[in-house]
Design a protein around this ligand. Structure first.
Ligand code: FPP
Length: 258
């Protein structure tokens, strides 16, 4: 049960969550749609379809928490290897989701961004819709909801390096900062927390550069069953951890770790 303060501004009072230490940016690897469907004897696409409610309940949870940034892995550079019918379904699915939710998100001040490669395989109509949606919500000042689409962490680093070469930066002038500045969204803060569903303990090429110091929370819940409560659980877990960034905290006088 979430208690919304009068005025509905900023984070709400979620039991067990310290509003002073809400992660600024949470990333989410939505996994397990296919298994969810298989367990029910349904086609995989039904699992994706059921993932829509999960996604928007999680978005509500992110808004409840007052997150600044919420990023979801909607389609990876590896997802092209799926059967052609599933890929086609996912393209249409992403289009329907954007069309179906963007007005509501826009009215609520959410800024929508898309990160990933725009290659010839992505239908032009979807690219147009994404561009329109990003433009439509550009000036919103609420949460930034980023859709990682045709996204791969390695591809993002490769693209940044290509840009460095195009910019004519000399080899010994290349720093972490110059790479960071050429990632798909240099404004995006590094995620404090990344959640992955479905009991898989992998990163699968999600935000590779950005998550160097992120807390990782894995849950067995399959994506279509994920709800804001699971996001709150992940934030509680995050708040129970001790982030050191390779240094020491007051609570640690033994050194090491990161
Ligand atoms: C992984 O499950 C899930 C996906 C490949 C798609 C997730 C996408 C959404 C919920 C829609 C996002 C759209 C927007 C516009 C934000 P899986 O098929 O890999 O499941 P499995 O591992 O059980 O096979």
């Amino acid at each position: 049960m979430v208690h919304r303060p009068a005025g509905n501004v900023g984070p709400v009072d979620v039991p067990g969550i310290d509003p002073a230490h809400i992660p600024r940016h949470v990333g989410c690897v939505m996994d397990g749609n296919g298994r969810w469907a298989k367990r029910r004897g349904l086609p995989r696409t039904e699992g994706h379809a059921a993932g829509e409610d999960a996604l928007f309940d999680a978005v509500e949870g992110a808004l409840d928490l007052g997150l600044g940034w919420f990023t979801v892995y909607a389609f990876s550079t590896e997802n092209w290897r799926r059967p052609v019918d599933e890929v086609r379904y996912l393209m249409g699915f992403n289009e329907r989701i954007l069309l179906g939710h963007r007005d509501d998100l826009n009215e609520r001040g959410v800024r929508i961004r898309v990160m990933g490669r725009r290659d010839w395989r992505v239908p032009k109509r979807l690219i147009r819709l994404m561009d329109e949606t990003v433009e439509m919500t550009r000036h919103n000042t609420g949460m930034t909801f980023t859709i990682a689409f045709n996204y791969g962490g390695r591809a993002e680093i490769v693209d940044a390096v290509r840009q460095i070469v195009r910019d004519g930066v000399a080899a010994d002038r290349i720093t972490e900062r110059s790479i960071r500045a050429r990632l798909y969204d240099p404004e995006m803060p590094e995620p404090d927390l990344v959640v992955r569903t479905s009991g898989e303990y992998r990163i699968s090429n999600f935000l590779l550069w950005e998550l160097a110091y992120s807390e990782l929370v894995f849950t067995d819940v399959l994506w279509p069953d994920f709800r804001r409560e699971h996001l709150f659980d992940a934030v509680r877990e995050y708040q129970s951890r001790d982030r050191r960034y390779g240094g020491l905290t007051d609570r640690d006088d033994r050194g090491g770790g990161g």
